[in-house]
Design a protein around this ligand. Structure first.
Ligand SMILES: Nc1ncnc2c1ncn2[C@@H]1O[C@H](COP(=O)(O)OP(=O)(O)OP(=O)(O)O)[C@@H](O)[C@H]1O
Ligand SMILES: [Mg+2]
Length: 236
């Protein structure tokens, strides 16, 4: 199996001295879906922010054969689509269309191709009626769906999703799970929605206090009540 993401010796300390990641070693294989679970403050979002170079990993991460560093950020971001935990961090253009078109426009596609990619991405998240809406007027769940579309429109090889189901109504959540299942790319999904992780991810890691404390098949991890409890998790 080929590695899509390869992480070795990754640590990260925020400027205020908070040690958010400690000595992370992790391989994620092409085509797999990996769940990332753990208590609040465990480092899940911090880990995802490293995958497309938003936080600097000092060469500790490779995406396919490319080291993540500031010289190849453009190429890394073409490959890795990151959906932030907070959609207000993702949406910054006046309209939904502009937000979803932003990535493909930067890749210098023709206008017609950009429109096609935007239409497809909005359809995939069930928001095809929203292109003219003002992004910052949308509800939280609607913003979440548009955030996912802004990344799908780039057609990345790797999708990193931070709490993709938070604030979605049950039907939207189910539609999103079905959409994610239908996409055959590599997925890394950080979430407290363990049922969604169970539905989508073959393997899961538990992060706690900046360290990977467990890694294995999702069903084995989620069946281990003692392990879950020890890390402030609980199965449904
Ligand atoms: N910008 C920042 N500056 C300083 N510390 C930060 C910053 N962002 C996060 N942290 C700290 O880093 C640690 C990891 O935070 P992170 O957001 O990665 O956790 P998380 O596992 O995603 O939590 P949650 O489940 O609440 O989303 C926490 O102790 C947090 O307080
Ligand atoms: Mg988080």
């Amino acid at each position: 199996m080929k590695e899509a993401v390869s992480i070795e010796g990754l640590g990260y300390t925020y400027p205020d001295g908070t040690k958010a990641l400690k000595d992370i070693k992790l391989d994620i294989y092409e085509g797999e879906s990996l769940g990332v679970i753990g208590p609040n403050g465990a480092g899940k979002s911090t880990l995802l922010l490293h995958l497309n170079g938003i936080l600097n990993s000092n060469g500790a991460i490779r995406i396919f054969d490319l080291k993540v560093n500031k010289d190849n950020l453009m190429q890394i971001r073409r490959n890795v689509g990151l959906v932030f935990q907070d959609p207000d961090d993702q949406l910054f253009m006046p309209t939904v269309f502009d937000d979803v078109a932003f990535g493909p426009l930067n890749l210098d596609f023709s206008k017609a191709k950009v429109k096609e990619l935007v239409d497809l991405a909005l359809r995939e998240v069930g928001m095809q009626l929203f292109p003219e809406r003002i992004s910052h007027h949308l509800s939280f769940g609607e913003k979440k769906k548009i955030s996912i579309a802004t990344v799908l429109s780039m057609q990345p090889k790797i999708l990193a999703l931070d709490e993709p189901t938070s604030n979605l109504d049950p039907k939207s959540r189910r539609d999103l799970i079905n959409l994610l299942r239908s996409l055959s790319l590599t997925k890394i999904i950080a979430s407290h929605d363990l049922k969604m992780i169970q539905d989508l991810c073959q393997r899961t890691i538990i992060l706690d206090n900046g360290r990977i404390v467990a890694i294995g098949k999702t069903k084995d991890i989620l069946q281990d009540e003692t392990l879950l409890k020890k890390h402030s998790l609980e199965i449904f």
